[in-house]
Structure formats: structure tokens, C-alpha cells
Design a protein around this ligand. Structure first.
Ligand code: 5GP
Ligand code: ZN
Length: 131
């Protein structure tokens, strides 16, 4: 499991690229990932440690450490991440059976990578409340 180098998960600010960030390295093609979608704003790839038959991470290209660091200018991008989740749920075959979208934010939520990511989980029945 990778942390974003020395960048605290809830570090202030954050624009562009963080050279110590594992997800920025995936965006840059510096480390491999099973990419399922790429566009100007975002990319999506399979989680390295899937928690469900479908477990995809949808991330902005830009390094934003956490959803709590979102600014007004990020509204379109965050909406786009959710739109992609909707589209990928269809293409990955879980739209009809159902799926869960998760954004972990900060310590109590167990956010482990400090680059915003939306988890798309599906392909099995899930419990509630989450652990
Ligand atoms: P978080 O706990 O921060 O919400 O989720 C981080 C997710 O990133 C975890 O599900 C973890 O398995 C995944 N992850 C961490 N490092 C890598 C990596 O190098 N490649 C991929 N594909 N997923 C990763
Ligand atoms: Zn990053």
C-alpha cells in the first residue's frame, strides 16, 4: 500500500503533480496500471488489491490530495469522476446488479493514498455499515 511520499494526506493546496505520489506516477505512465479509461481530466484503473470482483479507482490527472481539499474550481472535475463511475459501471457490467462508490477522506476513513480517488466497487453483495 502506498502513501504519497511525505505529503500528508490532508496537506493544504495541491495542484499539478506531486513527484512522490504513486497515483501521479500512474498518470504519468511511470508505473504500470491496468487502465480502463483515460481522458483530459481523469483516468481509471483496476485497484491493485481488489475488494470486489470489480474494483476500479477513478482519479483526476491533477494531484488533489483529498476531497476535503476540493475548491470551487474542482466542481466540474469531481462531477466528472462520478459521471465516469456511472459509465464504467455500465462497461464493466455492474450497472444492473448495483455498485458502491466510495471516497475515503483522512485518517478515520483510512485514506491511504493522498491523491483523490473514487472507488467503484461491484460484482458482489456488500454489507452496511462499512467496516
Ligand atoms: P484508500 O484507502 O486511500 O481509499 O485507497 C487506496 C487504494 O489504492 C487501495 O484500494 C489500494 O489497494 C490502491 N493502491 C495503492 N497503491 C496502488 C498501486 O500502486 N496501483 C493500484 N492499481 N492501486 C493501488
Ligand atoms: Zn498525486
Amino acid at each position: 500500500m502506498s502513501k504519497c511520499g511525505d505529503t500528508p494526506v490532508l496537506a493544504k493546496g495541491g495542484g499539478g503533480v506531486n513527484k512522490d505520489c504513486i497515483f501521479c506516477k500512474i498518470v504519468a505512465g511511470e508505473i504500470p496500471a491496468r487502465i480502463v479509461h483515460e481522458d483530459e481530466l481523469a483516468i481509471a484503473f483496476h485497484d491493485i488489491q481488489p475488494q470486489a470482483p470489480v474494483h476500479v479507482l477513478i482519479i483526476p490527472r491533477r494531484h488533489l490530495p483529498a476531497i476535503s481539499q476540493m475548491e470551487p474550481a474542482d466542481r466540474e472535475m469531481v462531477g466528472h469522476l462520478h459521471w465516469l463511475a456511472r459509465e464504467l459501471a455500465v462497461s464493466l457490467g455492474v450497472a444492473e446488479t448495483g455498485y458502491r462508490l466510495v471516497i475515503n477522506n483522512g485518517r478515520d476513513a483510512n485514506q491511504t493514498v493522498g491523491h483523490l480517488h473514487l472507488h467503484l466497487l461491484g460484482g458482489r453483495a456488500m454489507g452496511w455499515p462499512p467496516g
